[in-house]
Design a protein around this ligand. Structure first.
Ligand code: IMP
Length: 427
């Protein structure tokens, strides 16, 4: 039955935690299918604020089974820390399921992420430094270590010896760093094994059975479309597939199961890390958006780069994900503007582009072409229906909807659980 996929439609940080939380008690499973603790989902419940990095947002809804599926990369130390933190705040974490096929982030992945970034200097990607890229690289090179390997000490040691044979050469000879001891890493990871064992399951089997029984599965993407390894602004991307297609491979369910793809879209644009960003504002308006929107990274605390809404990007997200519904977040942040600039295309060396240019070189040179919509002054954070929004805010939403090619089904007007206008059910 229904499998609903949630994807970030821009460069991540669109407010996905809020969207998942909205449907949290109407679904049976919430599944993370890619990425790792590079993500940062903020969920506000009452006066409590939760920042989740690796765990699915569904962990906060008592009737939901949260699942970390095969496509995720897991740093076990981080996982246990996050579980402990939630337990201390009274959250029941026993329902969690973790795929036996998920890959493990190892200490050498974290070390390599940091030294390669340092080595790149000005050309760095601006990664979160959590070892994500090197872990996915090993997965593709077939030298990765998976959750299930932790339960077979002989295999774990063999794989570790093989991996460290190479990694230590690179760490010591290329980057002049200290190598890692097999014994030490082996001890650390066998230590994690028993704590992890109760959660480990064949998550693809469980999810498919659940779908057969008519249950609702919510596939929660991290990062965003423009950070996708294939469809993003390569090489300034993450190393996994946050797009809707990645949800199938990353969770072990077939594409025919997916009934809805919800794109999370911020009413303006932000990005962390390096890479092209045509509507980025380097003036006081960028700072205005950052401060009003609280645009500071949940994971790294870095200032997010801020800019106006970019319609070609959102339209691109509709196309590569097959988005059926949009959740427009943070509309309240735009209150107080006389006119709201919206990027409708780009000028690239004198040529008008209505879609994202085919090459990175052109995208780097893309200068936004703006249209200006009427703004509104009212505080809209108390609105609970679309009709309660000022007319100009309603027009802003309707105009965006036409530009991006899919209906806006929900609107966020503040961080709280109740500050959402649901125009159509997202489930
Ligand atoms: P990595 O995923 O740590 O390898 O970082 C690669 C790029 O993706 C960098 O530009 C990061 O800033 C960005 N990135 C990774 N995770 C997130 C996220 O959850 N939100 C926004 N950007 C992210």
């Amino acid at each position: 039955m229904p499998a609903i996929t949630l994807v970030g439609a821009q460069w991540g940080d669109e407010g996905k935690g809020k969207a998942t939380d909205l449907v949290g008690n109407r679904v049976d499973y919430v599944v993370r299918y890619q990425g790792g603790n590079n993500a940062g989902h903020t969920v506000v419940i009452g006066d409590q604020k939760y920042a989740l990095h690796l765990l699915p947002s569904g962990i906060l809804s008592p009737d939901v089974v949260p699942v970390i599926a095969n496509g995720v990369v897991i740093d076990p130390g981080v996982l246990f820390e996050e579980l402990r933190g939630l337990r201390e705040r009274g959250v029941n974490t026993e329902r969690l399921l973790v795929s036996a096929n998920a890959h493990l982030i190892m200490p050498y992945h974290r070390a390599l992420d940091k030294v390669t970034e340092r080595f790149l200097g000005k050309r760095q990607i601006g990664t979160t430094g959590r070892g994500i890229g090197p872990t996915y690289a090993d997965k593709i090179s077939r030298t990765g270590i998976r959750v299930q390997d932790m339960f077979d000490p002989k295999i774990l040691r063999q794989k570790l010896e093989l991996a460290l044979h190479d990694k230590n050469q690179i760490l010591t000879k290329v980057f002049n760093r200290r190598g890692l001891e097999v014994d030490q890493v082996f001890e650390e990871y066998t230590g994690y094994a028993e704590e992890l064992r109760p959660y480990v399951a064949d998550t693809s089997l469980i999810l498919n059975r659940a779908l057969d029984e008519g249950r609702t599965v919510y596939l929660e993407g991290s990062q965003g479309t423009l950070l996708d390894i294939d469809h993003g602004t390569y090489p300034f991307v993450t190393s996994s597939s946050p797009t809707a297609g990645g949800a199938c491979a990353g969770a072990g369910i077939g594409p025919t199961r997916i009934t809805k793809v919800v794109g999370i879209l911020k009413a303006y644009t932000t990005r962390v890390g390096s890479g092209p960003f045509p509507t980025e504002l380097h003036d006081e308006w960028g700072e205005w958006l950052r401060q009003k929107g609280g645009e500071y990274g949940v994971t790294t605390g870095r200032n997010r780069r801020c800019g106006w809404f970019d319609a070609p990007i959102a339209r691109y997200a509709t196309r590569v994900n097959g988005i059926t519904d949009f959740f427009l977040t943070k509309l309240d942040v735009l209150s107080g503007l006389e006119r709201v600039p919206v990027c409708v295309g780009y000028d690239v060396n004198g040529t008008r582009h209505d879609e994202i240019p085919m090459t990175q070189t052109d995208f780097h040179h893309a200068v936004p072409v703006y249209e200006y919509l009427d703004g509104w002054n009212e505080d809209i954070s108390h609105a609970r229906t679309f009709e309660e929004l000022p007319k100009t805010a309603q027009t802003y939403v309707r105009t965006l909807e036409e530009m991006v090619g899919a209906p806006v089904s929900a609107i966020g007007v503040g961080p709280g659980r109740d500050q959402t206008l649901e125009l159509r059910s997202l489930v």
